[in-house]
Ligand binder design. Structure first.
Ligand code: SF4
Length: 101
């Protein structure tokens, strides 16, 4: 999964294909890639909070699990990266970090 997440080239095809204009596959790929690296651990939870805040602030829509993103991704980034992102976000919220400060 780390290898697949690292393959993202930031092409934006996933966002263009999404009816919600969500960038969660792209964001999930970045979160998964960094979150699976040993050196990515210290900032892991703060990073998912800040990246999701940035995602929302830039006007990208929410993910409703339609799956068009993964279907069009030229690098075969799997939907699993979004599950991973949501899991990290759950941990961050559980630790008491504010998602929308
Ligand atoms: S379509 Fe795939 S490679 Fe392109 S930005 Fe989205 S996740 Fe990355």
């Amino acid at each position: 999964a780390a290898f697949e997440a690292a393959a993202c080239i930031g092409c934006g095809a996933c966002v263009a294909a999404c009816p919600n204009a969500s960038a969660m596959l792209f964001t999930g790929a970045k979160i998964s890639h960094l979150g699976l690296l040993p050196q990515g651990q210290p900032e892991r939870l703060a990073r998912v909070v800040s990246m999701l805040n940035q995602h929302d602030a830039e006007g990208f829509g929410g993910c409703t699990n339609i799956g068009e993103c993964a279907a069009v991704c030229p690098k075969s980034v799997p939907l699993e990266v979004i599950t991973r992102l949501n899991r990290d976000m759950g941990h961050a919220l559980w630790k008491g970090q504010k998602a929308h400060a």
